[in-house]
Write a protein that binds this ligand. Structure first.
Ligand code: ATP
Ligand code: MG
Length: 395
């Protein structure tokens, strides 16, 4: 497209879908179109296994690429040059492309790789690479061919009606487009783990809504703001997101008053799950998501998870269950939540923390402890008194 910067957007797993492929492609297109809106006049077109973007020349490349690389379903992006599929034109464009690379990056070696997607194009791939390489050598005297370790690997991709030239790919997030895989309610603390868990489920196409528990005034307003900050980072990937904030303190106080101290943590966790399941039903989510991880703390031993799980009937997704802490931290850094997560604000889990929490809870004993106070109304009140906010991405 004349006077526009061209970008190739490749989709990974979406391309593997069988009969449902058009649906996934449509959802991906919708999402890309939505996120590029903020950049003004960017055209997005789908064509035969690729998405093409055409942007104003003065739009900074890294801004657009960073934004689109966060769209779930996008595998990679390449800034490209588009020419008509004619070998003379391709040669001319290749020379101009390499002159630009010499000027901007000071490259000295190159290699051409060609792919003939359109089999009606009269020149075969190896021959395209050869003739384009020869033209580049002639037009760029400083360049030499290096077939093993070239500083610039020029891809020439002949397609129906056009030829694309590019020399690098920027990785996208992968996964599946938002909205293609149900709705889940994530138990979102201000910690490192739960935002990563939410991100991982959203990556598989799930629409995410959040629920956060606080124990005000033992926990502060700042802790709640931190959770909103984390959600805001997530929205760069998954689009706007609702979070419900729920006061757990009245229930925690009853637990502390009536139940054995060592059971406090596991009982609090059971109430978190119980309330989350009821909220999920109200907001049309069919699954719960947590950042739990096997063996990380007392409430996440195998026995504790069994007792926690027994609270609810809904499937509980725990995408971090088998990861090591450093792997979770690495992921948090990669998606951009880590720095916010490590800001030191109290979590309601740490209020009334028992000295020696049980690591081997028994369900019958836990149920007996839970029967020592009347919690039905407290659960309902907690839900009724919730505060809900809609978090939107920062532009
Ligand atoms: P995180 O880093 O996610 O806080 P954690 O290692 O601190 O995890 P726990 O505090 O035991 O683990 O919590 C386990 C999971 O329970 C969290 O990943 C989250 O899904 C949920 N959770 C914990 N505290 C809260 C809270 N205050 N509000 C909502 N969910 C919570
Ligand atoms: Mg936590």
């Amino acid at each position: 497209m004349e006077g526009k910067a061209t970008y190739i957007v490749r989709y990974g797993e979406v391309a593997l879908k069988g009969k449902n492929k058009p649906y996934f492609e449509r959802m991906l297109m919708e999402r890309i179109k939505k996120v590029v809106k903020e950049f003004g006049d960017v055209q997005v077109q789908r064509e035969d296994g690729l998405v093409m973007m055409y942007a104003p020349l003065d739009l900074p490349e890294d801004k657009l690429v960073t934004r689109v690389s966060k769209v779930f379903g996008v595998d990679s992006i390449s800034p490209a040059v588009e020419v008509v599929p004619n070998i003379d034109e391709i040669q001319k464009a290749a020379v101009a492309f390499m002159l630009d690379r010499i000027e901007r990056k000071g490259i000295k070696t190159f290699k051409v790789e060609a792919k003939r997607g359109d089999k009606s194009f009269p020149v075969e791939s190896p021959q395209i690479a050869k003739t384009v390489g020869a033209a580049v050598l002639k037009g760029c005297k400083v360049l030499k061919v290096d077939v093993h370790d070239p500083e610039c690997l020029l891809f020439v991709h002949v397609r129906k009606g056009k030829c694309l030239l590019y020399d690098h790919k920027i990785s996208g997030c992968g996964g599946l487009p938002p909205g293609t895989n149900g709705r889940g309610l994530v138990l979102l603390s201000g910690g490192i783990d739960s935002p990563v868990a939410a991100w991982m489920m959203a990556k598989r196409g799930m629409i995410i809504e959040g629920i956060h528990y606080h124990s005000y005034p033992y926990t502060s307003q700042r802790a709640w703001e931190k959770v909103q900050d984390l959600a805001r980072i997530l929205t760069e990937y998954c689009g706007r997101m609702k979070i419900h904030s729920i006061n757990l303190l009245p229930i925690q106080e009853q637990i502390v008053e009536h139940c054995p101290e060592e059971m406090t943590t596991i009982l609090v966790r059971r109430f978190m799950m119980r309330i989350a399941e009821r909220m999920a039903k109200q907001v049309n989510c069919s699954m719960l998501i947590t950042g739990e991880n096997l063996g990380q703390v007392a409430s996440q031993t195998a026995d504790s998870l069994v007792v926690t799980d027994a609270t609810v009937q809904m499937p509980v997704m725990r995408p971090l269950i088998a990861m090591d802490k450093w792997e979770i931290i690495e992921k948090a850094q990669e998606i951009g939540t880590f720095e916010t997560s490590i800001q030191p604000f109290e979590d309601c889990c740490t209020v009334f923390l028992p000295k020696h929490p049980t690591t081997k809870p028994k369900l019958d004993r836990i149920l007996e402890a839970e029967s020592r106070f009347d919690w039905e109304d407290l659960v309902q009140q907690a839900i009724d008194n919730r505060e809900t906010v809609m978090i939107t991405p920062e532009v």
